[in-house]
Design a protein around this ligand. Structure first.
Ligand code: GDG
Length: 724
């Protein structure tokens, strides 16, 4: 039976050496809880680094056996791996870049090489356990290359990826020398999830600009695979936090802490030591409040928990020093014998003490400069069983998109933060209850279990869509069938579109002329069947490019026809271009505003090209022009159509389908095959008799019976038709 494999850098346990023996300490993180409902079932398994160094092969074996009992499997990392892959590329390159701290990015090829090597290590460890039909769910920024490595080894498997940290704007990602490899790595997945819509939007833009893969409503067409990109804001184990808040242990802790603190309003901050968390800014805002409002002295204290992290890294050591200094300054300045403004802890706390902090604090101050989601704010809200409390939340945390009832602040605005603390300290109870109540309802509904469920549903959905498309992909048996029928036919005909079908796209349309291979192929093929090149190109270009070939040509989507042996083109549809002047004026205006854009005039249409326009700007202008033209088109009875980096306005009664039907009328064919790559060819496909073979180039939804990958594959297929 197919199983699910969860993969993350760290396993949800940490390995500890004690008295010469190994012990595994379970991590109580939200992710571990949420995914517990998956990896503990059936044959499922969690693969990752146990978080400690084990060199000896015998000991490794022992660890692996112990982990197996917990439904886990280890990836062992050497000291060098940890230093270069984890502390290096993951935490010293990707982490600062993805959190917009470009000044801290370290660009070392050595780091990247190790990152690649360790991603490969993970891949190998997974391949030892995985079967082709398994589902593999990869987590987070340490493993960005892994989805594609897995895809190459197991092309049919279901691969999902979720990123827990932000995905930065294109402007940042483009700074990394390894940007393409990183994006290609991620696109190996079938489903790519982020916390917020902004992360997803940034990713899609980067993939569009750097890999040239466009998307439609979050679906990317990568090779012959549809990849879905979506946002899945991660929830918490709501029940666990709300229950813990009134548990015996927590209540006992609250009593103890309150006795020690006295009657105080409490401000709580909890973070891992990190420059992305905005800890100094927060202390400064509190400092300003105490300076401006002496009436609060002795009445409000901050409990500040900073969990040690990355202590060997210089930037973190410097941050720690800065925090120490700021806390020292505020406490030395304002403390009295029975009151301290900031209770500062540089350590972590057991869960029931953390729960007590959440439950007893009046205000949580969660003000990161950048955070993928931030779970602390959600845990605080869930712990407020009496609904009394205020959450002050940074706009830069993913959670702010959901928790709009918090007091939202810009963490760089000290004055604003100070005002928000004031507002929180004086907020009427009713308002607190209303705000916390609304946030609780949402957190309860979208908890971690719901998150896992929604993610898995989407994964099944994209696999379903892929199957639909795949069923139309040309395979060996179809090629064989085509070949047999083609070779035994007495009157075969091929209707071939040109651009995007027989040749790939070029920056300048005039550069897409037929190369020697294509000329040779057409010459050979035309000896064995009738060929109709049916294109949107103007008759002059088409005539020149196929001069001397034994082919029939339909130009400009059906305006002109030139049959084999004819000297001249004949008009296939009446021309009326009285409308062109008005439309051209509008298009000209958009050319003037858009460097790189140009107009192509055809007999029956005007085409606005934007392939060479700065990406993003081209789309924007095209949309604007589209609505402008649509409005004008009504008056002239014209049709506006969006093509591959073009916008075309034309008469609706002229299309390839009509032309093809007219061409074939009264003639008998016993093998019909039509190939094309865009919406103009859909008219041809629709017009073909039932037993024809219609094939669309590219894996888009189509009226055609089949899809084929690219012009290269088209040429291969055409050659195969003639082979013995
Ligand atoms: C990534 C992203 C995203 C903290 N101090 C103590 C303690 N904690 C627990 C909290 C909370 C967790 O640590 C921290 O939550 P974050 O949301 O900051 O998550 P990370 O895992 O660090 O980071 C982040 C997250 O992934 C999930 O996708 O939200 O943006 O950076 O659960 O309760 N727990 C205990 N003692 C402490 O002192 N027991």
């Amino acid at each position: 039976m197919a199983k699910t494999i969860i993969v993350s850098n760290r396993l949800p346990v940490s390995l500890q050496h004690k008295f010469g023996k190994f012990e595994f300490k379970p991590s109580a993180g939200g992710l571990a809880t949420g995914l517990g409902s998956i990896y503990k079932e059936g044959d499922n398994i969690w693969i990752g680094w146990p978080g400690n160094d084990v060199e000896d092969p015998g000991q490794r074996q022992e660890v692996a056996e112990e982990l197996q009992k917990l439904k886990m499997a280890p990836v062992f990392l050497s000291k060098e791996d940890v230093e270069l892959y984890y502390e290096g590329f993951s935490n010293d390159t990707i982490w600062p870049a993805f959190h917009y701290f470009t000044q801290y990015i370290n660009y070392h090829d050595e780091y990247y090489e190790a990152y690649k090597r360790v991603n490969r290590k993970f891949c190998d460890a997974i391949l030892e356990k995985a079967d082709p039909e398994d589902t593999i769910w990869v987590h987070d920024y340490q493993l960005l290359l892994l989805p594609m490595m897995l895809r190459e080894a197991l092309p049919k498997s279901t691969i999902a990826f979720f990123q827990h940290i932000p995905f930065p704007s294109y402007e940042i990602i483009r700074m990394l020398p390894w940007r393409r490899e990183i994006l290609e790595g991620m696109v190996g997945a079938d489903l790519i999830g982020f916390h917020t819509y902004d992360d997803m939007r940034h990713f899609l833009s980067a993939v569009g600009r750097l890999l040239g893969l466009s998307n439609e409503s979050g679906y990317i067409q990568a090779d012959n695979r549809l990849v879905n990109v979506d946002s899945f804001p991660m929830g918490i184990d709501y029940g666990k936090f709300s229950k813990a808040a009134t548990s015996k242990k927590t209540l006992k802790n609250i009593k103890k802490f309150k006795e020690q603190l006295g009657d105080q309003k409490l401000l709580l901050t909890i973070d891992r030591l990190d420059y992305s968390k905005g800890i100094p800014q927060r202390i400064k805002a509190f400092d300003r409040l105490l300076e401006e409002h002496p009436d609060f002295h002795g009445k409000v204290s901050m409990i500040m928990v900073v969990v040690p992290s990355r202590a060997k890294v210089k930037t973190y050591q410097e941050l720690k020093e800065e925090i120490d200094t700021l806390v020292g300054r505020i406490n030395s300045r304002f403390s009295t014998l029975n009151w301290v403004p900031v209770h500062y802890f540089y350590r972590s706390f057991p869960f029931d003490e953390l729960s007590a902090f959440y439950a007893m604090s009046d205000i949580a101050l969660v003000t990161p400069l950048r955070d993928g989601m931030n779970l602390v704010c959600k845990e605080f809200v869930a712990s407020k069983t009496d609904k009394k409390g205020v959450l002050i939340l940074s706009e830069m945390a993913g959670a702010s998109k959901e928790l709009v009832d918090a007091l939202l602040v810009n963490p760089n605005n000290l004055e604003g933060m100070k005002d928000s603390i004031m507002q929180a300290l004086t907020m009427p109870e009713e308002e607190q209850v209303q705000k916390i109540g609304t946030m609780q309802a949402s957190l309860q509904k979208y908890d971690i279990f719901q998150w896992v469920k929604v993610f898995m549903d989407r994964l099944a959905n994209v696999k379903g869509k892929q199957k639909e498309l795949e069923s139309k992909a040309i395979d060996k048996s179809l090629v064989k069938e085509l070949k047999n029928k083609f070779q035994s036919a007495k009157a075969p005909i091929l209707l071939l579109d040109y651009d995007g079908t027989l040749v790939g796209f070029q920056g300048r349309p005039e550069d897409a002329f037929p190369d020697a291979e294509l000329k040779h192929l057409i010459a050979e093929l035309s000896g064995k069947c009738q060929i109709v090149v049916i294109s949107g190109r103007d008759k002059e270009t088409l005539g020149k490019w196929f001069e001397g070939q034994k082919v029939d040509m339909i130009a400009e989507h059906g305006v002109w026809l030139k049959e084999r042996g004819d000297d001249d083109w004949t008009l296939y549809a009446a021309i009326d271009d009285s409308w062109k002047e008005d439309i051209r004026q509008v298009m000209d205006y958009y050319v003037l505003r858009t460097p790189g854009a140009f107009i192509e005039e055809k007999h029956h249409s005007l085409v606005w090209h934007y392939r060479k326009v700065e990406s993003g700007l081209g789309d924007l202008r095209m949309r604007e022009l589209f609505s402008h033209l649509k409005y004008m088109a009504r008056g002239h009875n014209l049709q506006v159509l969006e093509g591959n980096m073009v916008l075309e306005i034309k008469r609706p009664d002229i299309n390839k389908g009509r032309a093809a039907t007219a061409f074939m009328k009264g003639k008998e064919y016993d093998f019909i095959m039509a190939l094309g790559d865009d919406w103009t060819d859909e008219d041809t496909f629709k017009a073909m008799p039932k037993d024809s073979y219609t094939i669309r180039v590219g894996f888009a939804y189509t009226q055609a019976n089949y899809n084929i990958k690219s012009p290269t594959e088209v040429r291969k297929l055409l050659k195969e038709l003639m082979e013995d």
